[in-house]
Design a protein around this ligand. Structure first.
Ligand SMILES: Cc1cc2nc3c(=O)[nH]c(=O)nc-3n(C[C@H](O)[C@H](O)[C@H](O)COP(=O)(O)OP(=O)(O)OC[C@H]3O[C@@H](n4cnc5c(N)ncnc54)[C@H](O)[C@@H]3O)c2cc1C
Length: 329
């Protein structure tokens, strides 16, 4: 498997984590520049349906890495299975989504193979024969260019939202799926996994929302959030917020967008009274369309907004809600 990119997709409870598709899109973008092959792997127990789903994307082959010891995620068994597989296949580049699970095992996996890991990259470019990855540093104040000095296989993870999952090209026909029965000796496993953490039932999954109306400190008082709620209801969208709003208890924590909240990529993200701090931007920059309402024309949110309205939200939001209601009537 010389000069190939291996995407390690993530599944949980028989569902592919959608950032896996972002990683496929990243691999396809790198392949377009380098001419390398894209292959994908997913690991677990009894996950052939997931492997088939992955095979619908434009990849040369999908590996379904199976073992009863991979039924519940834990890092040691995962590393044992993936290490043996990568040693055998020798991909040039191993790409993974920068999820909590990957953060847990990827450094151990790279180290087990005597390699290093470039984590949380936001982009790449090719310079001569070299792939350069971009990483943010110091809360996004600086961007660093990094590349591998060691021999392949190289390991890298991409930040959620760095690539668009819906841009992962579908294949003309399903890619072949190869089942790999992984040997995971009991002796390597040091952890006894418990059931995965689940959000409380009422927790809202903003990652699935198509329209998000997000409110920031410009809203001034908790009671004014009703204005944004009315607009969200009129648009049939979900309400979200910047961190100070959730920290103040004005909205529950599961509505927070950003580096310490949810990462979303709706069709429409309406940012109301949000300045656009980097910790907020990383959570919503994958949105297809961003509208920002802010009284400060210099607010950084306007740098990523597709449409910007400079003005007082207390004048604009109620008027906009009325117009949306009229248009829907
Ligand atoms: C480790 C760490 C993690 C963090 N994680 C997150 C995170 O996950 N999510 C997050 O959001 N933040 C996060 N933050 C905080 C982040 O740095 C910012 O402080 C925060 O995003 C600012 O929120 P804001 O835009 O609502 O408020 P502000 O920065 O105070 O901006 C308010 C905006 O409202 C505008 N405004 C005021 N009045 C009006 C009006 N009447 N009409 C229109 N506009 C008006 C102002 O011009 C201003 O631009 C984190 C910070 C750290 C250090």
């Amino acid at each position: 498997m010389a000069d190939s990119i291996l995407v390690i997709a993530e599944q949980r409870e028989e569902r592919l984590n959608r950032v896996s598709f972002e990683t496929v899109a990243a691999a396809q973008a790198i392949a377009a520049e380098t001419g390398w092959n894209v292959e994908a792997a997913v690991f677990g127990n009894g996950i052939s349906a997931i492997a088939q789903e992955l095979a619908g994307r434009k990849v040369a082959r999908v590996y379904d890495i199976e073992s009863p010891r991979l039924a519940k995620y834990e890092p040691d068994g995962t590393v044992a299975a993936l290490k043996a597989f990568i040693q055998q296949k020798q991909p040039r580049l191993v790409l993974m989504p920068h999820t909590y699970q990957v953060r847990d095992f990827a450094p151990q996996l790279a180290t087990a193979l005597g390699r290093t890991l470039i984590s949380d990259a936001i982009g790449f470019r090719k310079e001569g024969a070299k792939l350069i990855f971009t990483r943010q540093m110091f809360q996004g104040k600086f961007a660093a260019d990094v590349s591998f000095a060691c021999d392949p296989p190289h390991f890298a993870t991409f930040q959620a939202g760095a690539f668009r999952g819906d841009k992962a090209e579908a294949g003309a026909s399903a890619a072949p799926v190869e089942t790999v029965n992984a040997e995971v000796p009991e002796s390597v496993v040091r952890n006894k996994p418990e059931d995965p953490f689940k959000e409380a039932k009422q927790a809202v999954d903003l990652t699935q929302a198509e329209i998000i109306v997000s409110v920031g400190r410009g809203i001034k008082e908790q009671k004014n959030i009703e204005l944004a709620k009315a607009l969200a209801d009129a648009l049939g969208g979900e309400l979200a917020a910047s961190r100070p709003i959730c920290d103040s208890g004005w909205l529950p924590m599961d509505r927070q967008i950003g580096s310490s909240g949810q990462t979303v990529s709706p069709k429409l993200y309406l940012a109301i009274g949000i300045s656009g701090a980097i910790q907020h931007i990383v959570g919503m920059k994958g949105s297809r369309s961003v509208i920002a309402i802010n009284k400060d024309a210099e607010a950084p949110i306007f740098e990523i907004a597709d449409y910007g309205v400079v003005g007082n939200l207390f004048d604009i939001v109620p008027a906009l809600t009325e117009e949306v209601k009229k248009a829907k009537a």
